[in-house]
Every structure is written in C-alpha cells, then in structure tokens.
Design a protein around this ligand. Structure first.
Ligand SMILES: Cc1cc2nc3c(=O)[nH]c(=O)nc-3n(C[C@H](O)[C@H](O)[C@H](O)COP(=O)(O)O)c2cc1C
Length: 454
C-alpha cells in the first residue's frame, strides 16, 4: 500500500480524555477546553498538519464503578467534566477549509429523527465535512440519567443501533430526491412536494413516518465511523462503518481484526477494500532520541494511576479497586467495552498482564501503542503500520495538550510529507467533503454497495 495515510486527531471536549493526570503537566492547556479559542487553535493546527479530521470522543454518565462511587472520577477529572462536542464544530469549521469533524453520538440515548436533523445541519454548515462515530454507550450511570431503569444489555443496544441507523439512512438517503429543491421564486415554489417522500418506518424501537425535515446536504449521510470490538460490534462495524477503529495494541491483533471485519463486510455485500481502518497511536517525539526519551519519562511521571484505574473500571464495568495490583488479568466478556479487555487478553495470548502493569500502560493513551523517538522513528513506525500491516490511518492521541499535537505537526508531519505519505501543504485537497478525502474524488455520497443505498 503506497497511497497517502489518513490522520485523525483523537480528542475530547473535556479536561482529560485518555491520558489521566496529564492536565497537571506544567503548561498543559487542557483546562481551556471550555474556551472557543482553544478549539479554534486546535482546528487551525490540525489543518496545518494535513489532518483529515478532528475526532471527538464523548461519553454519557460518570465513571463511578471504581470504589463504587464517583469521587475519584470527579476529583481527578476522569472524562468529567465534559462538554458537548457537537456544539464546538461550527466554530472550528469557521476557521478551516478542509478539516473534517467526527463526532461521537450514542444510539442508546437519542432519537434517530432528532439526530438525523442535527447531522444534516452540521453537514450543511461544514460543507460536507462531518462524520458520526456511532457508539452504544457503556456506563450504567448514563442510563439512570437518561430515562432508563438500568443499562440495556449489549445485544439490545446493538439491536436498537441497527434500527436506529436504518431510520437515519432512510431519512438521509431516501426522503428527499436530489432535485426536490427548486427555489423557484416566481412560482412561489421552494420544493416540489412530489419529490419528498415519507419513510413509514415501523419497528421495534422506533416509529418514524418522515419525511426528513432537512433538504439534502453535501454528503447526505455523514461519514460513518465505528469502533466495535465484540462479536456483535464487529458485525455492526462491518455492516455500516466507512472508517473503522481497530483498538488492538498488537500487530497480530490488528491484522486479525481487519481480516475479520473485511470478511464480514464482504458478507454484507460490501467491497471490503472500501473500508478505511485506523489504529490509535500515542506519539511522543523529540528532536533527538534522548530528548524523546526524556519527554516520555516526564509524561510518565504525571500519569495518575488511580484515575487510570477509575477510567478502566468504567471501560470494563469492573471495580478494579477490589483487585490485587499484582493479580493477573483474566479475560471476561464485558457489557461495556470489549476491546479494552481483549487488548490485554485475547490480543496477547502469550503475555500475562497484571492489574498494575495494565494501569501503567494505559496511563498514556489507554490501549494504544506509544511511539517514542525522533520524527524519523515515528514516521518509520507509522509507515510500517501503513505499508506492511495495511492500516489506512491513525487516531493520534494526545498526552499533553496542545504540545502533543504541535510536536506531531511541526516535527513528524514534515517527515511524512517528505516521504509522500501526507500531501504537501500547498496541494489542493481531494474533493471538498470528508468522504472524498477518505474514499477519493467524486465520492461525496455513500457508495452504492453500502447497505443504506441498497
Ligand atoms: C477507539 C475507540 C473509541 C471509542 N470511543 C467511544 C466514545 O467516545 N464514546 C463511547 O460511548 N464509546 C466509545 N467507544 C466504545 C464503542 O464504540 C462501543 O460502543 C463499545 O466498545 C461497546 O461495544 P463493543 O464491546 O462491541 O466494542 C470507543 C471504542 C473504541 C475502541
């Protein structure tokens, strides 16, 4: 694989995302997450570095599994407080021309008619630069706040997610014909009503007659991102996702995940080569090897192990405070995030991890590999994953904000450009929409082999 690689900045509209404790690093700017200026600076820097998108994680509920209360999560800012990511997108789009925005939304706690409208609006406002990362949520505390007595089990969440997307697809793709909008002032005819259709959806979870309330936007359906890792999650990704996140930390785990999801995609009648696979990485870069190692040591000193355990307890739905730190991690099937569990068990069958080792490893970017080195070292590693393993791109995880992003853009991206892996800064972007950036010129709309189009 020699074509260019894709880059997402993986972040969250909160003090801490996946490097608990790093907000205490001298000079870290994470506490400015409430400022519009912080996000417009992030957008400008990411665009300057040739990133395809800023990818916002998001969570509902509070990490109250650890110690069976919420105090650690609240005190140590474990993805709490967190503001709504969707609402900062228009400000970021305003200061950029090409950068995309992927926003995480849960199908468990919203209604498809409402969500379809929000994303059509965002697609219009960004001129087709929007993606949705579809998740089903995992924290029990979210359910209680959003009208459920208890969290739905994973199967039910994915059943609902399947139907949820069916409704959205019908609203986005089938409700308004391309030439429905006439804007004919003299005839007082904005829209031809014969070209606007009901969707008449009657299902187990939703009843939505339609039509969609928005006129077609540049991409119609936003680019679909997904990160499912359980059996059902992989099936959901294979059926729907255009960009898929393989969260396994090892090469063999990533290879197995891609093989499996591609073969499932083929079973859904999709061209498996049209899926774009991303892995998370945590680059820690210095101008020299010694500078990079010293930075890594300083960052590690700021890892908050207690907060990391609180975060992982939520990911795994298991109170890690009750375990002996030197106890070996045993595989379980979890109703929360299976990928986090698999990362240290099924993905690494030859290694035994203790609870303490997992907490230390996950303090910098959770399950993703850390790449410490010079710009050339980091570029070598990314190039290897891209050309030898076959991943299409990377979710770049920050440790210190905004230093991690700036280091990557100022030190690594020039090296990637030198190697032809990121286009030169002055080269016009492919197409004007995010989907074209990922799939190629002229592909602003969903491919014909996507289930939503068939
Ligand atoms: C890289 C990655 C990012 C994720 N981001 C989020 C997120 O921001 N919010 C969320 O609620 N779930 C997130 N998840 C969870 C899932 O998308 C999924 O809903 C969850 O993993 C449960 O399904 P699974 O066990 O099939 O993976 C993420 C998972 C991975 C691997």
């Amino acid at each position: 694989m020699s074509e260019r690689l894709h880059l997402n900045l993986f972040t969250m509209n909160s003090v801490e995302h996946v490097s608990p404790g790093s907000w205490t690093y001298p000079g870290d700017q994470s506490v400015r997450y409430t400022d519009r200026d912080y996000w417009t600076e992030v957008a400008r820097t990411a665009e300057r570095g040739g990133f395809d998108a800023v990818f916002f994680a998001d969570v509902r509920g509070i990490y109250d599994v650890y110690g069976d209360d919420r105090d650690t999560a609240v005190e140590r800012a474990v993805q709490t407080p967190a503001n709504d990511p969707q609402l900062v997108v228009p400000a970021m789009a305003e200061v950029t021309d090409d950068l995309g925005f992927a926003v995480t939304r849960s199908t468990t706690y919203t209604h498809p008619y409402q969500l379809a409208r929000e994303f059509s609006t965002l697609d219009h406002l960004t001129d087709g630069r929007i993606a949705i990362n579809v998740v089903t949520s995992y924290l029990e505390s979210a359910a209680a706040n959003l009208g459920l007595e208890e969290r739905m089990d994973k199967e039910t969440r994915y059943d609902r997610a399947d139907e949820f997307l069916d409704v959205c697809y019908a609203l986005w793709e089938d409700s308004w014909e391309d030439d429905a909008v006439k804007r004919d002032r003299s005839a007082r005819r904005y829209t031809d009503p014969a070209k606007v259709h009901s969707i008449d959806h009657e299902g187990e979870h939703f009843s939505v007659p339609g039509p969609h309330g928005c006129e077609p936007s540049p991409q119609r359906t936003p680019v679909i991102y997904q990160a499912g890792s359980s059996d059902r999650g992989r099936e959901f990704a294979a059926a729907n996702a255009e960009a898929v996140f393989a969260s396994q930390p090892t090469e063999e785990g990533v290879r197995e995940y891609m093989r499996d999801v591609k073969s499932r995609a083929a079973d859904h009648g999709r061209d498996p080569e049209s899926l774009r696979f991303f892995i998370g990485v945590v680059p820690i870069v210095g101008e020299t090897e010694a500078a990079a190692q010293a930075k890594h040591e300083r960052y590690t000193e700021h890892v908050d192990v207690e907060a990391t355990l609180a975060l992982l307890s939520g990911f795994l739905d298991m109170d890690l405070s009750t375990l002996d730190p030197d106890q070996r991690v045993e595989h379980i099937e979890t109703d929360a995030i299976q990928g986090t569990m698999n990362a240290f068990t099924t993905s690494q069958p030859d290694r035994d991890w203790t609870v303490r080792e997992v907490a230390q490893f996950c303090g910098l970017g959770t399950t993703s590999p850390t790449i410490v080195g010079t710009p050339e070292d980091v570029a070598d590693e990314l190039q290897y994953w891209h050309e030898e393993v076959g991943v299409h791109g990377f979710n770049i995880k920050e440790v210190v904000r905004p230093n991690s992003l700036r280091d990557f853009v100022d030190l690594v991206v020039p090296e990637l450009r030198e190697r032809g892996l990121v286009p030169p800064a002055d080269e016009p972007t492919v197409g004007s929409t995010l989907r074209e950036r990922l799939l190629g010129e002229g592909r602003a709309r969903l491919r014909d082999d996507h289930p939503a189009r068939r």
